[in-house]
Design a protein around this ligand. Structure first.
Ligand code: AGP
Length: 578
């Protein structure tokens, strides 16, 4: 949701914070700010808009201690007043998360004489810490009490007037400590520290850190140690490697990553899905769409009833668990609040849980009984591509492992290379000025078109809807007129003629029809305006091939529209609030 960062050490903290914030912008970027300690005084600079705006107004100067923040607004408009850091009394802090009881706390503080400038929940947390710090006179005691007073989720980096240290508190929002050769960093996520170090520690809930030239971690008043980890990919892996956008780089990584994941899990003993009578897959957004692909594969090949739920709905729905239910959460970040809440619900009912996750040791990874990493590496583009494709592949691998007669999943990459070099500009030119784009498909192709439709919306801001092919004629077909684009995926021979007849219905009304297909459509060449063929291999692999052209098509359409492809408006990479 937001990104926080801190640095304390021998180097000038300000450029380190700015560099780190730039690598956290994918978590939200409607405003940003920095607080730095100089001559025993905390100075705050913050600005609406992207980090580059903040950078342009920063005073020249040296400081060895600073904290920073890049924001995706939850409480209060995305403006300078609501930007972090917030300072109340002696306390200056930045926050990622959401405080659920902030109104009650605000009322309590105002009765004590506090006044507030912003509409944020974060400023209230600073007030609470300041109030109890004045009573406790020991910041450790105050921070240890926080969990009894503040409800919600928070990763905090805190400066205290008169103390040359950074304090950090972690509860339900991610927070890591970077160990550099001349100091320490703290950050919401790994990209923020990689310019300085690849050594990091993942903090656990209720960890409190006191950082100076040493790092002390406390939990429940006891000093503790946390495992020191090393991030194996290089800093460059998080950069663009010469591509115009992170998204283009990440799509081009798919062939390598697909083959790598198949290889990594080839000998690995993974969960046996056949042990379960029914499966519940819970996720949000694109991860939910990947879950739908998983459903079709699991039900078709393993004959196990599989239901897929949007996490924000699931957590308020009636549960019908039995002891042989398997709960699978799918999440790139592993920090999506609604998915975490749903996972906790399943755990409360004693249901076995599997996490299909990208971010190592993320909350979902650590809460799940079992975790399978998709190993997609850092995904910096806010709109997911490689992670979604690898989530679909993970389901294919798990199904394949249960089959007596296994499909060959090796070298899928050789079927992807030609799709990377296809000229999408020609088709994109026909689409980029449209106001609406419709997607239709049946069964697994329907699930795939959901993701394709979301991609177009997310990065090109063109309105798009996805329909079960057979459903269009029950109303929405009234929207189809001359040159309305309708895009379809056809990979299933069994329903080819049905989808063809649905496409004939829209073609008859003048639609522009594009088909992505693994089946030769020569005999229907009057039906479509453009076709992109993918290789006919098998149902497990074709979803990963079918989505690739539509990811690249969305990219090219967004390019023509001059959109901010890696950081689309209003979006954040990890939605850690409900
Ligand atoms: C971003 O492109 C996705 N469209 C977004 O919907 C994402 O899939 C969703 O927010 C879930 O995120 P997660 O995979 O990190 O849980």
């Amino acid at each position: 949701m937001c990104g926080i960062i801190g640095y304390i050490g021998k180097k000038n903290s300000i450029p380190i914070i700015i560099e780190g914030l730039k690598n956290l912008e994918y978590r939200g970027y409607d405003s940003s700010g920095i607080a730095y300690l100089k001559d025993n005084k905390v100075s705050i600079v913050k600005e609406e808009g992207k980090i580059s705006k903040l950078e342009s107004i920063l005073p020249k100067g040296i400081s060895n201690i600073a904290i920073g923040h890049t924001r995706w607004a939850t409480h209060g408009a995305p403006n300078k007043i609501n930007a972090h850091p917030h300072k109340v009394g002696k306390i200056t802090l930045v926050h990622n998360g959401i405080i659920e009881n902030y109104q009650e706390l605000k009322k309590f503080l105002m009765e004590k004489g506090y006044t507030f400038k912003s509409d944020t929940d974060t400023e209230i947390v600073a007030g609470i810490i300041d109030y109890y710090y004045a009573l406790d006179e020991d910041i450790h005691v105050t921070l240890s009490h926080l969990k009894d007073i503040v409800k919600g989720s928070y990763a905090l980096a805190i400066l205290v007037d008169g103390i040359d240290k950074i304090y950090a508190v972690k509860y339900k929002s991610p927070l890591i400590i970077g160990i550099t050769k001349d100091g320490y960093m703290l950050a919401s996520d790994i990209p923020a520290i990689l310019s300085e170090t690849n050594k990091y520690i993942i903090l656990e809930d209720n960890d409190i850190c006191e950082i100076s030239d040493t790092l002390n971690i406390f939990n429940n008043y006891k000093k503790i140690k946390r495992e020191e980890l090393e991030y194996l990919d290089s800093y460059d892996s998080a950069l663009k490697n010469g591509y115009a956008h992170y998204m283009l780089k990440e799509i081009n990584e798919e062939p390598f990553l697909v083959d790598r994941l198949v290889g990594l899990l080839d000998k690995e003993k993974t969960i046996n899905l056949k042990k379960y009578s029914n499966i519940e897959i819970v996720a949000c957004g694109s991860a939910y769409h990947a879950g739908l692909v998983g459903k079709y594969l699991i039900e078709k090949y393993l004959n196990i009833k599989t239901d897929v739920y949007i996490a924000s709905e699931y957590r308020y729905s009636k549960m019908f668990y039995n002891k042989k239910t398997l709960f699978i959460s799918v999440s790139q970040s592993g920090e999506t609040a609604d998915t975490i809440a749903s996972l906790n619900l399943a755990k409360e009912h004693g249901i076995h849980t599997l996490g299909i996750v990208n971010t190592v040791k993320s909350t979902i990874a650590r809460l799940s009984d079992e975790v399978l990493y998709i190993n997609a590496g850092i995904e910096c583009a806010v709109a997911t591509t490689k992670a979604y494709s690898l989530q679909c592949l993970m389901f294919a691998i798990l199904v394949n492992k249960c089959l007596k007669k296994k499909y060959n999943l090796n070298n899928i990459s050789k079927h992807m290379e030609s799709l990377l070099t296809f000229d999408y500009k020609k088709i994109a030119n026909k689409l980029y000025k449209k106001e609406d784009i419709f997607f239709i498909g049946r069964q697994i192709d329907y699930a795939l078109t959901m993701e394709a439709s979301l991609k177009i919306k997310e990065i090109s801001y063109i309105h798009s809807e996805c329909y079960a092919a057979g459903e269009l004629k029950h109303g929405t077909i009234s929207l189809i007129e001359k040159d309305t684009p309708v895009i379809s995926i056809i990979t299933d021979n069994n329903i080819l003629d049905k989808t063809i007849s649905n496409l004939k219905e829209v073609k008859a009304r003048g639609a522009y029809v594009l088909i992505v297909s693994s089946i030769n459509l020569d005999k229907y060449d009057d039906l479509y305006d453009d076709v992109i063929y993918i290789d006919k291999i098998n149902d497990l692999v074709e979803p990963i091939l079918a989505i690739l052209p539509l990811q690249l098509l969305a990219y090219n359409v967004a390019l023509l529209r001059g959109c901010d492809i890696d950081k689309p408006r209003n979006l954040a990479k990890s939605v850690t609030v409900e």
